[in-house]
Design a protein around this ligand. Structure first.
Ligand code: FE2
Ligand code: FE2
Length: 475
């Protein structure tokens, strides 16, 4: 079904023929807009932003591009087309028809999953709501706003499911999604990382690279769900999500590129000398990667989890790319090897049932995906003749959740003493001085085509437009 743009809420779920649902969502819509005006990039409400808007769910030509004032963005409800004859792809009911309604016995699990996913979407908009003031270019400002409006649409996607499939509890949860706020001491967002403000653009690129990528993997897992409306919703969200990953990967890549240019100009890789030229030195970038990677790993949960096993067994949440990446979709007998702390300062191998290790399996898939960008940045560094190498720290490093929570290790994942960990931490994580330096660089640049001195221009513009196109006309 195509998307109906003549409706108040654009959708491809035939909202016009479900009056009750339509009224409920039209009731929620002004509250969403109030939230956007209050908690979103409100200081840029009058700006014309070159944004893409979803207009279809077909991979070819699903979006339109044009100048829009953000409060007029057309947030809508779009589900990917149903796959005819789709069956349960994993777990105990493998091969049976998928569900068009939520089975009563899994209702609370599904509601929790949808609410948790839904909560991260507006949270990230809130985290970033002042960032526009320090944009390094109009191109980047536009990308920030593109990510923001799409996270807003992802909230719509989850709210639709709550309203359409969870009755009164669903409507109440939808209200709560607008009542919790990132960093609010009384009503914080559900997941820890989403309560940290994002105050500089290097953090924003790290967030879109690492934390948004956690979102991608959660969506990939939910896109396998036997609850078909959820699977179809998430499948379409992934189309938009690809751009968010792109913003992160190319953002960090451009900061690296600028550092390399400066290193070449001055013939030195000394961090202080690089900073004297207004660029961000590679060791500082490494510390930012250590910070964001390790905090994003916690979002996948404990290595061994009976909850994860139950939701795999019952067909609620699969592995990312379940159909294409795995042969055994039932995993009733299989086991998985895990490296666990032995409680005496060492590591021991432990075997868990594959189902119990699902969080770890998804985390490993995520780590492999994170490696791809790192490899590209390192190729860039190598081509520039430097022998510096960026590395992801071990997944055991600085964890706050799971078996490795609060177990001191070095960045390679070797257990070390608490004392050594505390002593070396300033080498591994951004120091107050690093953060202050990055902050000092955050000066807004808004002449079309101009870039801040700490970041290289992108290779190309958006939608075949030149880099110096006026992507945002500030009102
Ligand atoms: Fe999202
Ligand atoms: Fe995203």
């Amino acid at each position: 079904m195509s998307i109906n743009y003549s409706e108040k809420i654009p959708n491809n779920v035939d909202l016009a023929n479900d009056r009750t649902l339509q009224r409920a969502l039209e009731h929620w819509q002004p509250r969403f807009l109030d939230w956007w005006r209050e908690m979103g990039p409100n200081d840029f409400a009058a700006a014309d932003v070159y944004l893409r808007t979803a207009v279809g769910v077909d991979a070819q030509g699903w979006a339109n591009y044009g100048a829009v004032k953000m409060p007029d963005y057309r947030w809508g409800i779009f589900l990917a087309d149903p796959l005819p004859g789709r069956t349960v792809g994993f777990g105990d009911t493998y091969g049976q028809p998928v569900w068009q309604q939520v089975p009563g016995e899994y209702r609370s699990q599904f509601r929790r999953l949808i609410v948790t996913q839904g909560d991260t979407e507006p949270a990230s908009v809130e985290q970033q709501h002042l960032l526009g003031h320090t944009c390094p270019s109009l191109y980047d400002l536009r990308n920030l706003f593109q990510v923001n409006v799409e996270e807003g649409r992802h909230l719509w996607a989850m709210v639709y499911l709550l309203h359409a499939y969870f009755g009164r509890d669903g409507r109440e949860e939808a209200e709560e999604l607008l009542a919790r706020h990132s960093g609010d001491p009384d009503k914080p967002r559900i997941l820890g990382t989403f309560n940290e403000p994002i105050e500089d653009w290097l953090s924003f690129y790290c967030f879109t690279y690492f934390t948004d990528r956690d979102g991608k993997f959660q969506l990939k897992s939910l896109a396998e769900s036997s609850f078909d409306p959820l699977a179809r919703t998430c499948r379409f969200m992934l189309t938009e999500e690809a751009h968010h990953m792109f913003v992160g990967e190319t953002g960090i890549g451009r900061v690296v590129k600028r550092a390399l240019e400066v290193m070449k100009e001055i013939g030195s890789d000394d961090p202080t000398s690089v900073r004297n030229q207004g660029a961000i030195d590679l060791p500082l970038i490494q510390r930012y990667l250590n910070f964001w990677f390790s905090s994003s790993l916690d979002l996948f949960g404990s290595e061994v989890s009976s909850n994860a096993a139950a939701s795999f067994a019952s067909g609620i949440k699969g592995r990312p790319d379940e159909t294409t990446q795995y042969q055994d979709h039932v995993c009733a007998e299989a086991s998985f090897e895990l490296a666990m702390p032995d409680g005496k300062g060492g590591i021991r191998q432990e075997s868990a049932s594959m189902r119990n290790a699902m969080n770890e399996i998804v985390r490993n898939a995520y780590i492999r995906d994170c490696e791809i960008g790192v490899k590209r940045w390192n190729m860039q560094i190598k081509r520039a003749g430097s022998d510096f190498e960026l590395k992801l720290p071990s997944s055991r490093f600085r964890r706050a959740i799971g078996a490795w929570a609060n177990v001191p290790t070095d960045v390679e994942g070797n257990p070390i003493s608490r004392e050594e960990f505390e002593r070396k931490l300033p080498d591994w994580l951004p120091s107050a001085a690093d953060r202050a330096y990055v902050k000092s660089l955050m000066q807004r640049v808004t002449a079309p085509g101009k870039m801040a001195a700490w970041i290289a221009p992108p290779d190309r513009g958006i939608n075949n437009l030149p880099v110096d196109y006026e992507y945002v006309r500030l009102g």
